[in-house]
Structures are given as C-alpha cells and as structure tokens.
Design a protein around this ligand. Structure first.
Ligand code: AMP
Ligand code: MG
Length: 404
C-alpha cells in the first residue's frame, strides 16, 4: 500500500490541462480564464463626478463656510450619461449627478449636502480642493493595463471587469466529461424495483454530484451487474469521456471484476490500494491518455476517495491553481482511537467559537454510513502513525464546505 501523498503525486503527474473554449462571460463564472485581458480603453473613459452636487471652480469657493456661503449661478443641470457643452466660468456652477463627466472649467464637485438652493443660484457652504469628488479617467484601469491574467479564476468581480473592457466572450479551460459507472449485482437505480437483497445505487448520484460540484460534467453510465461482459461494455462507452470513474468491484471479493476488465481494456495500472481509511481499495490507472479511477463501493469510501484524488485531478484539468480543499487547525472535542498504519479521514463538524475552531465527529464512522457524511462539513485528518488523539488536542481539518 502506498501513502495518500504518494498516491496523490502519482495521480496528479498523469493529469493534463484540457484545451480552451470560448464562452459568454456569465458562463465563465467559476471557470479559469485561458487568456490575458488588457484594458482596451481607459476606465472610466472620462473624468467624472463622484457625487451628486455642483461642479464649481475651487478658487471661487475658497472661503465658503456655513456663515459665509458663496452664491454661484447655476447655468446647467447635468444628469449622468451626458456631456456638458458649457464651460463653468467665474461665479458659476453646474448641477451635476454622480457619474456625469465633469464640465470644463470646473475642478471640484461640492456634494449637494453642503449646499442650499436659492432660485437660479446655489449657496455653497463648504470649500473644496481641486480634484475633490472627481473620479479621474483611467483611475480603475488605464488603457493597455493587464486587468485579468490567464489562469485566474473568474468570480463575479472578474465578470464585471470583463464587461467593463467590453469582452462578451472569453477563452476558458474546458470542463472534463466524467463518466461514472456503478457496478454490483445488488444495485438498482433510484426508481427501480427493490427486490429483497437489493440496494439503491446511491453512488451513481453521489459521485455524479461530486463531479458537478467541482464544475465538471458527469456522464451517468448507470449500473453494470458483476459480469465481465457487462462491465466491459459500459466501460467502453465511458472511454468516450475525458475521465472514467467506476465504483465497487475493486476489492478482493469473488465477484470483483473491475480491475480485470480494466486490464483487458488496456489499462496501465499505476497503483491499487492506498494507506487510508475509509477508501483503501482504490485503483488508479491510464487507458491511453485517459485517467481511470476504480473507486471502492462503500458509499463513504467512494466519496472520500473522490475528494482526495478525483476532485484535485478534475480541478487541475480545468486549470485551477487552488486544487485542494482548505485545511484548518481545530481543537478536538472528543477522543478518537484508531489503528496505526493508515491515514484516517474522520467525518466531523467544525464550528468557530470565541476565536477558535472546534471540531466534533458526526457519529458512526462505518464506510457505509452516509448519515455522518451528511452531517459533516469536514474531515479530521489523523496521521498514519497515531493511535489515540485526545480531546483538547489541535488537529487538522479538511473543510468540505465552500462557504464555511
Ligand atoms: P464492493 O466494493 O463491491 O465490495 O462493495 C462494497 C459495499 O458497497 C457493498 O456493501 C455494496 O453493496 C456497497 N455498494 C457498492 N456499490 C454501491 C453503490 N453504487 N451505491 C451504494 N452502495 C454500493
Ligand atoms: Mg460488489
């Protein structure tokens, strides 16, 4: 058995970045951009008002205060979206709205709160220095400046910036198609008839959901019974996708045919079995250029293996720089016992209280118990060599929730 680190190194060394595709900027949300974006003009394009108020000449109002207001003649009303043709002369002002380009002659904007209206005149109650409340052309980005770099994640702010530089379509890295096959004589689909001895193939959905959750596209191949021909036929279909995932049938049971069939299909086995719990009977290999993950069948084992190995792989294919879940340190609230030798991923719930993270396990940890996974927002990661971790100890927790 190899360690989690060795396995991860081996997996990631086989994973290649996918090519780019053009998508609309809203579709680019959550994707990684595959081109550099430079501002193609100044943003904003013109000097403009940062306030609703009056555009004036600062020298005219040098001594203004509430006891000595300066009266200026208002020569125009300027909403946003229009350019004034007038010049502000001595003793004059233009009523101006936020975002309207500042007129020539004026060098400052006095907010309306610091003025009173007197017919055609405005009484200015406060001074303003040159440039005050004026937003300069190019203050956000100058023409030619790099605003987004290839490899950046597109978040809502980047979408706004792309619109600002008038890009409606951009190049992003493609999302892999990920084929998911569940194998097992006992499995039926969620709506299928549940004869005695059968169980619902929850993995068909949990794994597809995990694929979707990282931004890739699941292709559900359904269920294959534990028969070589059937597994082979479905896996062959799956090879049309970019990544192939199977669940179950990779242990040492009498009907565990998945590894044999993968070998028949020409898979070069990179490793089988990892020193972890849950999830140790994980197989990974390549069929030509395609990564193939043979995940264990137990619902939590397959999800944990997906988290540790498949998710980082899919994120790498899509160009993400941040491919691992965040890890925090938390104070363990209870004692945990384990056998030494394997790294344990213990389903747990983290809370933040009084400046510290605290973590408790979410119940029974059997590899078929999905309830404790449902309640979990992270995994306590317990090193291979440990036997007992005591309450009050600091432990590492891998966080599962994006918005934690
Ligand atoms: P196996 O890896 O075939 O030995 O399966 C291990 C355990 O996982 C068995 O109890 C199976 O019934 C269960 N299992 C296998 N595949 C699935 C699946 N798709 N959904 C839910 N449980 C499964
Ligand atoms: Mg089985």
């Amino acid at each position: 058995m190899i360690t989690v680190e060795e396995a991860l190194d081996k997996v990631l060394s086989h994973i290649k970045l996918l090519g780019p595709e053009k998508v609309s900027i809203l579709e680019a949300l959550g994707r990684v951009i595959a081109e550099d974006i430079d501002a193609n003009r100044d943003i904003p394009p013109l000097d403009n008002s940062g306030m609703d108020g009056y555009a004036v000449r600062s020298e005219d109002i040098r001594n203004a205060d509430p006891n000595h207001p300066v009266r200026l003649k208002v020569i125009e009303d300027l909403p946003a979206g229009f350019i004034s043709t007038r010049t502000v002369g001595k003793g004059e002002a233009i009523r101006i709205m936020t975002g309207a380009p500042t007129p020539t002659g004026a060098d400052t904007v006095i907010p309306v709160e610091n003025t009173t209206k007197e017919g055609d005149f405005a009484a200015i109650l406060k001074t303003g220095s040159p440039g005050e409340n004026v937003r300069r052309a190019g203050e956000d980005a100058k023409m030619g400046e790099r605003v987004i770099s290839s490899g950046d994640l597109i978040r809502p702010a980047e979408v706004g910036m792309l619109a600002s530089v008038r890009r409606s379509f951009v190049s992003v890295y493609q999302r892999p198609m990920v084929a998911v096959l569940c194998t097992g004589e006992e499995l039926v689909d969620v709506d299928g008839g549940l004869d005695e001895g059968k169980i619902v193939s929850s993995n068909s959905y949990a794994l597809a959901a995990q694929v979707k959750d990282c931004g890739a596209s699941p292709v559900q191949l359904g269920i294959a019974r534990d028969r070589k021909e059937e597994i082979k036929e479905k896996l062959l279909q799956g090879l049309r996708a970019d990544v192939l995932i199977s669940s179950a049938g990779v242990s040492v049971g009498d009907y565990d045919f998945v590894k044999d069939v993968l070998r028949d299909l020409g898979m070069e086995m990179v490793f089988w079995r990892v020193a972890m719990k849950p999830g140790s009977p994980l197989a990974f290999g390549m069929i030509k250029e395609k990564p193939v993950f043979g995940l264990p069948g137990n619902p939590v084992s397959s999800m944990v293996c997906f988290e540790q190995f498949v998710r980082p792989s899919l994120l790498k294919m899509m160009g993400h720089r941040q491919i691992f879940r965040p890890i925090i340190e938390a104070i363990l609230k209870e004692e945990i016992h384990k056998e030494p030798g394997r790294r344990h991923f213990v389903r747990a719930s983290v809370v933040f209280e009084e400046d510290h993270y605290f973590v408790t396990t979410t119940g029974a940890q059997g590899s078929g118990i999905l309830r404790s996974m449902v309640k979990a927002n992270g995994f306590v990661v317990i090193p291979e060599d440990r036997k007992i971790v005591r309450a009050g100890e600091k432990v590492k927790v891998q966080l599962l929730n994006r918005n934690f």
